[in-house]
Write a protein of this length. Structure first.
Length: 279
């Protein structure tokens, strides 16, 4: 198959304990048309030494003060030259074979603008603890019922010309706000029925901590989109959303995956690996 060029961007700041695993998960994809960019915010731990260690495998990297995660993501996206782009945070990983799966999906569905695959949750040690339910449905999304997971998001780079880059005023829900713009622009959104990335869940993450940063972003979304897209608006629709997930099959699918893989190292997940005939 003809591989589209895929750009992976990693924003980073003081994640020396995890970033090597992130880098390895990208460069070991064996994708023949990979561009890998790392934007570090001037880390003071061992991050820079690790980046130097892999400098021959990373297309471009920098370590300089920035305005936060969203700024770092945009810095990478503005340098990107790939047809398809994504970002993977410096404590998360891509699962083996993911870029091949994504390349084949976009080849088979050329009208797709944005795609979101399933995501694995792992603990601090990198062992699988859960599988996420991904539902790409604009009706439920608009009414505050959604399951999205950023490590499984891939999109065409030319979307930026239509809806702009990540809003740098957001520091937690930047992926939600950007996906709102994707939907409101009427772009073609699809789900990839594979687990593509893994998000690390541990007490120090923004996801685990919650708090003011999430509240501030939620209030910003409320003001920008006039109360739409907020989870508290989905109380009436939530039972129907759960039924939709049951009928969709994603809950059953992930129950099987949990039984197969929970407790195993995340990089032992082999669903996306392909044979020579798939190339």
């Amino acid at each position: 198959m003809k591989y589209p060029k895929i750009t992976v961007v990693t924003p980073s700041y003081n994640q020396g304990q995890f970033i090597e695993a992130t880098i390895l998960s990208v460069i070991e994809q064996e994708s023949p048309n990979l561009e890998y960019l790392v934007c570090d915010g001037g880390s003071t731990d061992e991050t820079v030494e690790i980046l130097k260690k892999f400098s021959d495998k990373i297309t471009w990297w920098c370590s300089e003060k920035d305005k936060g995660q969203s700024d770092a993501i945009n810095k990478g996206m503005r340098k990107a030259t790939g047809d398809i782009v994504c970002w993977i945070n410096s404590d998360d990983v891509l699962l083996p074979g993911t870029l091949h799966t994504v390349a084949k999906f976009y080849q088979d569905h050329p009208d797709t603008d944005f795609a979101n695959g399933y995501t694995v949750e792992m603990d601090k040690e990198g062992k699988i603890i859960n599988f996420t339910h991904i539902v790409m449905n604009h009706f439920f999304f608009r009414h505050g019922c959604y399951n999205i997971s950023q490590p499984g998001m891939f999109w065409r780079r030319n979307i930026f010309d239509k809806i702009g880059y990540i809003d740098e005023s957001f520091h937690a829900k930047m992926d939600v706000e950007w996906l709102i713009r994707v939907y409101e622009a009427g772009l073609k959104v699809r789900r990839i029925n594979r687990n593509l990335g893994a998000i690390r869940i541990y007490p120090d993450t923004k996801t685990a901590q919650g708090g003011n940063i999430w509240k501030r972003d939620a209030e910003a979304l409320r003001e920008m989109y006039h109360g739409k897209y907020l989870p508290e608006n989905g109380r009436f629709y939530r039972p129907f959303f759960k039924l939709y997930k049951i009928l969709d099959g994603c809950m059953f699918r992930n129950a099987i995956r949990k039984w197969q893989y929970c407790g195993k190292p995340v990089m032992a997940y082999k669903e996306n690996l392909y044979s020579e005939r798939d190339k």
